[in-house]
Design a protein around this ligand. Structure first.
Ligand code: G3H
Ligand code: 13P
Ligand code: ZN
Length: 337
């Protein structure tokens, strides 16, 4: 069942973070849905309520252009049918104004991100407000970004500018945005830190104090780039020197300070890369795409279960369903309520 991120944030705020995972293809989609229902091997396996989690599917502009945006939408529609118990939001990741409007008009996305963080403060407000007005008129929620993360994002290599807490308050008030991505030390990609850095909790705490109570904050660039997966890639012929990510032990402390959505893309790519490298290394005569695809879907589902456990979202799905039902929303049975 597709819901808005606002619905998910209402349940999570201050307690845990909802995982926001990027997808590009069929195998990622299947692994993602299975993992969020606490299962990994086959569609017929029973859901595991203790591991099941609400989640956010993110589609970047790059993902929309990889084949055709309608292909990904079709995959998600099919997954919603195959996994009717799942509760998730469909979110545009790092949208421009034009792409936001395309997603809003499509009627399929429940949430869009307008990323005008590279613009001057006033211009960012202006653009974000226009998108918010159009989205809200159709019941779609909006995430914006203030400050700048480092690393590679779409085709832009950026420099870091931490979010100013006072500006965050003004930005939220003037735009009417539903959630805000903040720069607190993370960056996109697999090479986030040199040495032992971490999140700027002092800045995060100030931002939380500045914005309205229970206002959801978003952390981009939050892959943990696990050493295990980097080692597996390198042991199977890869070359990823000095890869490093966010310490998973920092997710829940960040959630306590209002971070309600945590974006993970790179980790999924690492799992994909390790599995495929290993599969072709270990069976060089194979030319069939299905054997590695099958191993990947299972490994990715297991990884999602792990990730949701450290985010605190594992085991929260039935709580979200009950909340939606008690607030007059659909119970997940497909009724039109
Ligand atoms: O923030 C960027 C996301 O990781 C999406 O990456 O543009 O390569 O799909 P992509
Ligand atoms: P990572 O590169 O750390 O996975 O971040 C993904 C992201 O922020 C998507 O918007
Ligand atoms: Zn991002």
């Amino acid at each position: 069942m597709i819901v808005t991120t606002k619905d998910l944030f209402r349940h999570a705020y201050g307690k845990y973070a909802v995982g926001a995972y990027n997808i590009n293809n069929l195998e990622q989609t299947v692994g993602l849905f299975r993992g969020n229902l606490g299962k990994f091997a086959r569609n017929e396996d029973a859901n595991d309520a203790a591991k099941s989690a609400p989640f956010i599917i993110q589609i970047s502009r790059g993902a929309r252009g990889y084949s055709d945006k309608r292909m990904l939408e079709g995959l998600i529609r099919a997954a919603d049918e195959v996994f009717p118990e799942a509760i998730f939001a469909v979110h545009l990741d790092h949208g421009t104004e034009e792409v936001c409007y395309d997603c809003i008009d499509s009627g399929f996305y429940s949430s869009v991100m307008i990323d005008a963080s590279h613009e001057e403060f006033e211009k960012n407000i202006e653009i974000t407000k226009r998108v918010v007005d159009k989205a809200h008129a159709k019941g779609i929620v909006v995430e914006a970004e203030l400050g700048q993360l480092g690393g590679v994002e779409e085709d832009v290599v950026g420099s870091v500018k931490l979010t100013d807490p006072a500006q965050a308050a003004e930005f939220v008030e003037k735009t009417g945005v539903d959630s805000l991505a903040v720069a607190i030390g993370t960056s996109h990609g697999a090479f986030k830190f040199t040495g032992k850095q971490g999140l700027h909790f002092d800045v995060l705490e100030q931002i939380q104090k500045s914005v309205p109570a229970d206002f959801p904050l978003v952390m981009h660039g939050s892959s943990s780039v696990p050493k295990e997966w980097v080692d597996r890639i390198n042991n199977a012929g890869g070359k990823m020197a000095n890869a490093s990510g966010v310490d998973e032990a920092q997710y829940l402390p960040a959630a306590k300070f209002g971070v309600t959505k945590i974006n993970i893309d790179t980790d999924g790519r690492l799992v994909w890369c390790a599995i495929h490298r290993e599969q072709f290394r270990d069976d060089p005569a194979n030319f069939d795409l299905r054997p590695p695809g099958k191993v990947f879907m299972e490994a990715y589902a297991r990884y999602i279960i792990h990730k949701n456990t450290v985010l605190g979202s594992a085991g929260q799905l039935e709580g979200v369903r009950a909340m939606l039902k008690s607030s007059g929303g659909c119970c997940g049975c497909g009724c039109a309520k």
